[in-house]
Design a protein around this ligand. Structure first.
Ligand code: PBG
Length: 325
């Protein structure tokens, strides 16, 4: 009846638990995704993501500075153009005065190298049809024509001051096309955090509100089927062969098994993105008093780290960094 081995001994006090914790969560592990919008005069809260804002050029600087002050590892910037500035090719994405490129310039001049400034290298925020690339006459996303647009976009983002680009469109060959364009333009030190394994997820819903997306339909011809695991390892291998500097698994919480497998075999740092719908679910349950908000946030982030993420993108990055330090 008397157990010989008692794992509870190592759980007996907070100090003991701290001593034996296997996984750590530090501010530097967290990257804050941020939205900057054109044509608004006040920051606008995203209804489905309470506490997350579309920023003005000014409020972006102060929120970004505060996040860096709190110790986050980096910032990932998304641009939200005015609806009238969207077109079929996402022209605004490659305009040096487009909302995202302007914001990159001002953030880089404000923050210098004090943080790692990342930019979303994808067209969906800028196209009037809402797809991540340009379309053929029959309305299918045209992979290779899109690569040319990504290559142009990447060079403008590098010129504007991004340290690291985040190609998130899941076009075949995107990492290689961007690498070649950056090298040709002399940006050999600008790297890529490749969205290597990105699934067609229902949990992106609130993000579509956040960027004012006009997408009808879905992205299942380019983002991965949630049923697949092996395919992610193949996508990671391809992105590494094309020159990815880091790889990402996205979303995070419904794909922790994929994250673990990628982490086990990746020779480069692995990121995971705790996406909008994950933020919204925890927020909504907490707002109803159904879960302990702060504890649930920390548990979710530790879980993503435990599954193998070196870096976690989360809308709670600044708040949690502040809490941890
Ligand atoms: C595409 C992109 C998306 C997200 C990040 N980059 C949307 C999509 O693929 O539909 C979603 C992030 C989130 O849901 O928090 N540029």
């Amino acid at each position: 009846m008397i157990p010989e081995i008692r794992p509870r001994r190592l759980r007996s006090t907070p100090a003991m638990r701290r001593l034996v914790a296997e996984t750590s969560l530090e501010p530097r592990h967290l990257v804050l995704p941020m939205f900057v919008a054109d044509g608004i005069s006040e920051p606008r809260e995203i209804t489905s993501m309470p506490g997350v804002y579309q920023h003005t050029a000014e409020s972006l600087i102060s929120a970004a500075s505060a996040a860096v002050e709190a110790g986050v590892g980096g910032l990932m910037l998304f641009g939200v153009p005015r609806p009238e500035d969207k077109d079929a090719r996402g022209t605004c994405a490659t305009d040096e005065n487009g909302v995202l490129n302007r914001a990159l310039r001002s953030l880089r001049s404000e923050l210098g190298d004090a943080t790692v400034l990342m930019a979303d290298t994808c067209l969906d925020e800028f196209t009037d049809h809402g797809h991540c690339g340009v379309l053929t006459d029959s309305g299918v996303v045209d992979n290779d024509a899109t690569l040319e647009r990504y290559a142009e976009m990447a060079v403008v983002q590098a010129e504007s001051g991004a340290h690291l680009l985040g190609p998130s469109g899941m076009m075949d060959g995107q990492v290689g096309a961007i690498r070649e364009a950056l090298d040709d333009a002399g940006y050999k030190d600008v790297g890529q955090l490749a969205y290597a394994a990105k699934y067609a997820s229902a949990f992106y819903g609130p993000f579509r509100e956040a960027v004012g997306s006009s997408l009808e339909g879905d992205r299942r011809t380019y983002q991965q089927d949630p049923a697949n695991r092996r395919e992610s390892l193949y996508e990671v291998d391809l992105d590494l062969a094309e020159g990815a500097d880091m790889v990402m698994v996205k979303p995070a919480m419904s794909y922790l098994d994929v994250l673990r497998e990628v982490a086990d075999r990746s020779p480069v740092p692995v990121a995971a993105y705790q996406i909008s719908g994950e933020y919204s679910m925890i927020s909504a349950a907490a707002a109803n008093g159904w879960i302990d908000r702060d504890a649930a946030i920390l548990e979710s982030l530790v879980g993503i780290r435990r599954a193998g993420a070196d870096i976690v993108l989360t809308y709670w990055a600044a708040e949690v960094a502040g809490r941890l330090s």
